[in-house]
Structure formats: structure tokens, C-alpha cells
Design a protein around this ligand. Structure first.
Ligand code: BES
Ligand code: ZN
Length: 621
């Protein structure tokens, strides 16, 4: 039994009998996770042995999942989450048993009931994945860079692990795992575990993750990728056609891990590698333990987008080590990570650079809060939200990320950096390999930082941040030094100065982003043309800049950018880029353009991105 689980059981028992002799920290009752139907809070799930075969022709993963369990509470059933899985049979300690399935529930899937005895130890489920496996994206060879081999990867967060492994799929349940994965023998398999660095002839790969992880961190990638070491503990896997560029882009990642350790304590996971996925990946990155999954769109050639890696690396502390108890506490994963990411970036570069990231984040947050206001949805602008009955992905907003990070920034500014860092170090240490609820975090903050200091408590105003709407008044804004210079150049340009005359020397990607973001929309055609002539934004290799430019182009109907924009949309599946760009087309009456591009691009997008865009562009629910 993992430590955390023991704690939940104890807390539950405590709640029932109201035993006042329990320790102080156990007086906070952990909320029930509404996004799992598993009963792994009663039956103790310790270890998973996965044995599967990946079939690219059938687009199916098939095999068995063996769970090592203990049943000290004498439960008669083990309940596992599944989603669109075919269950062939189930054995308990080697003997076939009669399993049953519950009704399919929207988002949650189907609970699998397995009869067990008090002394049952091993439960083996023989299964296959279905066509509706939300975690799986099967890429055709032509959707990869080298176009020779197919590619498969999983995305399990938040509740998709159950669509490829029958599992107790909640962030509060941790287990260690080992796996045997069979793939076509010209491909390599990689997991969130110890990984091979080379292909073998058999196509059979074995994995070990001895550190307990929640199901949302289960990950598998299969394709033709090559490994290149960065230093002794870090490295990158990428398409052979991209490996040089990827290796160069991530050259600082070895140092980044050291710097993160200087900030918040030892990196506890062994290796830190990166797997660069095909460009259809719907996310920027995913913090799979030991193996961050990353979009190739951060490979810009100038290392200016590696803060995304800083973010995924930071999750090795916030999220993977100290985990949100339920998805309602998601801000504890992401807000902490954004804060950590910016501190790390600051230490790797300087304050003025990190300040630009803080400011861009603030702008995103303002935008999101305004949108929520318009939609009369201010409840979702609280840090602590209620996702019951909803897809947890709905919590994936700038509130969790930017409001969460800003809250920590405010605490830092109020108590000072030294105290803040001491606090965070002990926070990570004392909650390592456990979950934390928002309420527990607040109690911990009260106990270790606020310590009854009323004036301090008022300055911070926890309630306004956690249980209140929007951006609280006491939010701090970053130093605008570098962006003020950008503002001045933008003003000059808007009042007639030719682009060639602007002083943009030494600008980084983030200065350019601020320059473009605050342009009037639409900008007139002459100005678009002048900018493009000088800076060639239409052909920018920097995905962030290109995306912004295409949004401006759509708003202005600046046609010279459309061919490149189409190329971008057909290649890139990152939701963050797609939704705003297609929305701009829809909102400016360019429905036909949107439809015709989407028709060509759709097959390259992740099923979840397809869902969002089908609704937006094709009006399909
Ligand atoms: N863990 C998230 C991705 C995620 C969250 C997937 C919730 C599914 C549900 C990851 O760490 C993340 O935040 N990715 C960001 C990048 C980051 C730099 C903000 C992304 O993909 O945009
Ligand atoms: Zn994150």
C-alpha cells in the first residue's frame, strides 16, 4: 500500500468514528474523487504488470494487465475504470472469475467489477482497446516527419488512462509498474519508466517504474525515433530527421535539471529524457515521469521556447511528486508548476526575461477572465473549482496555470523569496509521493508561513484567491522594462515609422510576441505588408510568432499569408494554436476558408482536438 492510500483510509476511518486522538494533519477529510469509479481506496492496489502488443494494422493495443493487490478491508469486489475496452476474461490468482460491467457513464466510462477474496493477490485482466480509445493517437507514416513509419503515443491525463489500461484511474491512487510491450520490430517503444536507448530486433521491450505513480502518468510512445544523450542523466528521442535539431534545441536541459535541484531539492526520478512527438500532438508538453512528451513546435532553432521543457521538468516536483488530490485541485499541479517554471527560467537567464513571461501570462489570464465573465461563468475563475459531472479537461484554463502561479508569486512578494523557497522545499519534501487537496495546502500555508500573523493573512487574502472570482486586487504585476521598449517601437510603427527604422536589436521571441499581440486588430493591409516585407513573419520558423501573425492575417484578410497558414494548420495539431486561429476565421466570416483547410488538416489532429473543432467549424456536437 502506498503511503497516501494508507492516509486516505485512515482519514476516512477517522471521519467515521471521529477519533480525536489522530494527528492534526489528518483532521482534514480528503474529498472523494468523482472522476473514478474504482474502489482502490478500499482495496489496496500496489503494482501493475502490463503485457501488451501494439498492432498498428488493427489500431489496437491488446494483452493483459495484472494488478497486485491486498485486501485488508475484506472487500468482495475490485472495481477498475475502463473506457471502450473489450474485456476478454479475468483471472484472480490464476483462476478464471466471472466479471461484470457497470453501465457506461459519460466521461467516466464503464466500471469493471471483479470478485475477490480476502487473500486475493493477483488480478489479471485480458483486454483490447477500442476505436474510441481517447488516450491513443495512431499516426500514419505520412503524419511523421520522415514519413516512413507509423507512430503511436498515449495521452493519459486527465482521465484517459482507462481507455488503454483497465486501472484505478484517479490521481489519488499510486502504483509501481513493469511492462512488456511488443511492437513491430522496426520501431522502438518508450514509456514513463526506465527506457531503452536503442532498437532491438525482437521488437519486445521491457520497462520498470519502481516509483509509484498515478494512472494519469502512464505513457507509451511507439515509433521510429533515435536517442541522443544531452548529459549523463538527460537525453532526447526524436525522428531521425529531427534529432540533430532537437539535440541542439535542448542542449541546456542537463543544466536545467541541476538548476531545478538547486531551487527545490533533489530530482527523484533517475533519468530525465524528452520524446519529441509528431507535430499532430495536441499539447505543448506532458510531464510523463522520466520521459517528457513534447511537441516539435518548440524547436525554433534558437532555444527560445525551451521554457516549455522547464515547465514539464518542474512537474517532477509539482504534480508527479506532490499530486493534486482530485481534478478540482488541478491548480496545485499547474499553478505551482508555472511558478516553478518561471523561477527556473529566471535562474537560467535573468529577471527581465522571466518578467516578460509573467507579463504575457498575466495578459492571457486577463483574457480568460474576461471571457468567463462574458459567459457568466465566474465560478470557473476560482482556483478551487467543481468539475463533478464534467470532463476534467474543462479545468485546463489559464485560471489553474496563471492565476495559480500569480497567487504563489504574491505570497513570494509578501513574505520574501528566502522564506518562500524554504517553504516550498519543505512542501515538496513533506508531501512527496502523496496527494494534496486545496484545503490541506491552505492549512499547510497557515501553519508554516502565516503562523497566525493577521496582517500577513490580510495582505495575502487566501479566500479571494482560492474561492473568489477573477484576478484579486492584490495581484502583482511584473516589471515592464523590456516590454515598455517594445511598446514604444510599436507606437512608432503605428504612427508611421517604417519597420526598418525600428529598434528591434536583441529582441527575443517574447519581445516579438508582445509587439504583435498588442497590434490593433485588424491592422491595415499596408502595415501588414510593410511588417512582412521587413520581418517575413509569414514564413517564421517560430510557431508562437507564426500563430500570432496568422491570427492577425486572418483578422486583416491579408492574403499573402494564407498559403503558409494553411501549411501550418495542416502540419500542426497543437490545440493552443488551432482553436484561436480557426475561431478568428469563423468570427470574421471566413467560414469557407476554415472548412476547406480543416478538411485537409483534420486527420492529423488528435480526436479531442477534432471534437473541439468539429463543434466550432462544422457545427457538430
Ligand atoms: N500536464 C499538462 C498537460 C495536461 C493538463 C493535459 C491537463 C491534460 C490535462 C502539461 O504540463 C501542460 O501544462 N502543458 C502545456 C504547456 C505549458 C508550458 C503551459 C501545454 O501543453 O500547453
Ligand atoms: Zn503543466
Amino acid at each position: 500500500m502506498t503511503k497516501r492510500l494508507a492516509f486516505v483510509l485512515f482519514a476516512a476511518a477517522f471521519a467515521a468514528c471521529n477519533n480525536t486522538e489522530t494527528q492534526k494533519e489528518q483532521t482534514i477529510e480528503k474529498a472523494v474523487d468523482k472522476h473514478t469509479q474504482s474502489n482502490a481506496d478500499v482495496v489496496d492496489v500496489k503494482h501493475l504488470s502490463l503485457d501488451v502488443k501494439v498492432d498498428f494494422d488493427a489500431k489496437q493495443i491488446a494483452g493483459s494487465a495484472t494488478w497486485s493487490i491486498e485486501n485488508p478491508k475484506h472487500a468482495d469486489t475490485l472495481k477498475l475504470d475502463t473506457y471502450d475496452l473489450t474485456i476478454d476474461s479475468v483471472k484472480v490468482d490464476g483462476s478464471l472469475v466471472q466479471h461484470s460491467k457497470g453501465e457506461f457513464k459519460k466521461y467516466l466510462g464503464t466500471v469493471l467489477n471483479i470478485p475477490i477474496e480476502d487473500n486475493s493477490e493477483k488480478v489479471t485482466v485480458y483486454y483490447k482497446t477500442g476505436e474510441g480509445a481517447t488516450a491513443l493517437q495512431w499516426m500514419e507514416p505520412q503524419q511523421t516527419l520522415s514519413k516512413k513509419h507509423p507512430f503511436l503515443y498515449t495521452q493519459s491525463e486527465a482521465i484517459y488512462a482507462r481507455s488503454w489500461i483497465p486501472s484505478p484511474d484517479g490521481p489519488g491512487i499510486r502504483f509501481s509498474y513493469d511492462a512488456r510491450v511488443q511492437v513491430p520490430n522496426d520501431l522502438i517503444a518508450l514509456m514513463s519508466a526506465t527506457n531503452p536507448q536503442q532498437k532491438n530486433d525482437s521488437g519486445i521491450y521491457r520497462f520498470e517504474m519502481e516509483i509509484p505513480v498515478p494512472a494519469y502518468l502512464m505513457a507509451l510512445g511507439v515509433g521510429d525515433v533515435e536517442f541522443r544523450a544531452i548529459d549523463e542523466r538527460t537525453g532526447v528521442y526524436a525522428d531521425p530527421a529531427l534529432i540533430d535539431k532537437a539535440h541542439n534545441e535542448f542542449a541546456e536541459v542537463g543544466q536545467m535539471v541541476h538548476t531545478a535541484e538547486e531551487l527545490y531539492g533533489a530530482y527523484r526520478w533517475g533519468r530525465y529524457d524528452i520524446l519529441v512527438l509528431p507535430s499532430g500532438f495536441p499539447l505543448g508538453g506532458m510531464e510523463n515521469p522520466r520521459l517528457t512528451f513534447a511537441t516539435p513546435t518548440i524547436i525554433s532553432g534558437d532555444r527560445s521556447l525551451v521554457n516549455l521543457i522547464a515547465h514539464e521538468l518542474a512537474h517532477s516536483w509539482s504534480g508527479n511528486l506532490v499530486t493534486n488530490h482530485t481534478w478540482n485541485d488541478f491548480w496545485l499541479n499547474e499553478g505551482f508548476t508555472v511558478y516553478f517554471e518561471r523561477r527556473l527560467t529566471e535562474k537560467m537567464t535573468d529577471k527581465s526575461y522571466a518578467d516578460m513571461l509573467w507579463e504575457l501570462g498575466y495578459q492571457d489570464l486577463e483574457y480568460t477572465v474576461n471571457e468567463m465573465q462574458e459567459e457568466d461563468n465566474m465560478k470557473d475563475s476560482h482556483l478551487k473549482i467543481d468539475l463533478a459531472g464534467r470532463e476534467p479537461d474543462e479545468g485546463l484554463t489559464d485560471i489553474a496555470y496563471e492565476k495559480g502561479a500569480l497567487f504563489l508569486k504574491l505570497i513570494e512578494n509578501t513574505v520574501g523569496r528566502e522564506k518562500m523557497d524554504k517553504f516550498l522545499n519543505s512542501y515538496f519534501d513533506e508531501h512527496a509521493f502523496q496527494t494534496i487537496t486545496t484545503e490541506e495546502f491552505i492549512a499547510y500555508l497557515q501553519e508554516h508561513l502565516i503562523k497566525g500573523d493577521e496582517a500577513l493573512a490580510q495582505k495575502i487574502n487566501i479566500d479571494a484567491w482560492v474561492y473568489g472570482p477573477g484576478i484579486p486586487e492584490n495581484a502583482t504585476r511584473a516589471d515592464m522594462e523590456r516590454f515598455e521598449k517594445v511598446n514604444a517601437e510599436r507606437e512608432k510603427f503605428l504612427s508611421g515609422t517604417a519597420p526598418a527604422e525600428l529598434n528591434t536589436k536583441g529582441w527575443t521571441t517574447h519581445e516579438w510576441l508582445h509587439f504583435l499581440r498588442k497590434m490593433p486588430k485588424p491592422l491595415d493591409d499596408t502595415k501588414m505588408t510593410a511588417l512582412d516585407k521587413e520581418y517575413d513573419f509569414t514564413h517564421s520558423n517560430n510557431s508562437e510568432i507564426a500563430d500570432l501573425w496568422y491570427i492577425m492575417a486572418v483578422a486583416t484578410k491579408y492574403k499573402p499569408a494564407y498559403a503558409s497558414m494553411e501549411g501550418f494548420l495542416v502540419k500542426v495539431g497543437r490545440r493552443k494554436f488551432l482553436t484561436p486561429l480557426y475561431s478568428e476565421m469563423m468570427e470574421t466570416g471566413q467560414t469557407e476558408t476554415a472548412k476547406s483547410i480543416y478538411e485537409k488538416a483534420r486527420s492529423n489532429y488528435h480526436p479531442l482536438a477534432q471534437g473541439t473543432l468539429d463543434a466550432l467549424i462544422l457545427n457538430k456536437q
